[in-house]
Design a binder for this molecule. Structure first.
Ligand code: AMP
Ligand code: ZN
Ligand code: FE
Ligand code: FE
Length: 281
């Protein structure tokens, strides 16, 4: 049987692997297909695609957009997007700036708490356009200003903690629209993490294509719950490990294996959407 992992991060956002390292891990786990879904960027897709082609592995270009609906953060995964699409690139560039400014604000908050971290240290470590809280946490550990990453989140960076800074986000409805106009499919990420099931019908009304039923942080009960949502709303089913590379534990890639039949259904839906767009022209 063939399997896929459709939720993966690299150094182009807050993962620790290069695209090539990610593909080599995917190969080791015998995956037939992977999708790269870095936060608010598609920059790593070209290198991941090339590495997959060399490894004879199927690749799907993607991203994970940070969005919100009714004041709740919701992540929208994009699959098969055109990574050169101007509207998509312009919009996500804006959110990359938001992320960079937020790093400065988080560092300033830490400085006010007497923690001598420099924004430059975080940027140098992140070395990407889409930095996030994990980079601040890693910089704090690197500078020996905290014991470990968990502690950094618990003490400073988690929502409500003193160095947490809210992030301006696009609306989930806009995210769906942005993904569609870039030729992609829009999928609600890890619904079990936010427990915001009441927003699912609103996203469906906006044209949501799928829902991530299988995820590292979903229990079997949760996966079944979201498979029922998928059935009820005629949504595609996706899944992935949400691997961020090395942390304390072994990388998560390989822990969630999506049966390939779901990839086949995604491709059929993508082709149908392409056809519809072509006919509408
Ligand atoms: P950001 O996009 O900057 O808000 O950062 C979100 C990322 O931080 C998520 O994708 C996770 O990888 C990571 N994260 C969030 N909460 C925690 C936590 N409590 N411990 C470790 N990592 C976390
Ligand atoms: Zn992340
Ligand atoms: Fe996410
Ligand atoms: Fe993710």
């Amino acid at each position: 049987m063939k399997f896929a992992d459709l939720h993966l991060h690299t150094q182009f956002s807050d993962g620790t692997f290069t695209p090539e390292e990610l593909v080599s891990h995917a190969q080791k786990h015998g995956l037939a297909c992977i999708a790269l879904t870095d936060h608010d960027t598609v920059e790593g897709c070209a290198r991941a695609a090339a590495a997959c082609a060399a490894a004879r592995m199927e690749f799907i270009s993607g991203t994970e957009l940070t969005a919100e609906h009714a004041d709740t953060e919701v992540h929208i995964l994009a699959y098969f997007v055109d990574t050169q699409n101007q509207a998509l690139l312009t919009r996500i560039a804006g959110f990359q700036t938001v992320r960079q400014n937020r790093i400065r604000e988080m560092v300033a908050a830490l400085n006010r708490l007497g923690i001598p971290l420099k924004a430059e240290t975080v940027f140098a470590l992140a070395n990407c356009k889409s930095p996030g809280r994990p980079h601040v946490a890693r910089a704090l550990v690197k500078e020996r200003l905290i014991g470990n990453l968990d502690e950094a989140f618990e003490k400073y960076l988690k929502k409500g903690r003193p160095a947490w800074v809210p992030k301006t986000k696009m609306s989930a409805l806009e995210a769906v629209e942005l993904i569609h106009q870039a030729g992609g499919l829009a999928v609600m990420a890890h619904p079990g993490l936010n427990r915001t099931d009441e927003i699912i019908p609103h996203l469906v009304a906006a044209g949501l294509d799928g829902i991530e039923c299988f995820h590292t942080k979903h229990s079997t009960v949760m996966a079944e719950r979201y498979l029922e949502f998928a059935e009820k709303y005629q949504l595609l089913v996706t899944g992935g490990s949400d691997c961020h590379g090395f942390s304390k534990k072994a990388p998560l890639i390989g822990t969630v294996k999506l049966p390939y039949e779901h990839v086949q259904k995604l491709k059929t839906a993508r082709n149908a959407a392409d056809m519809k767009r072509a006919l509408a022209k």
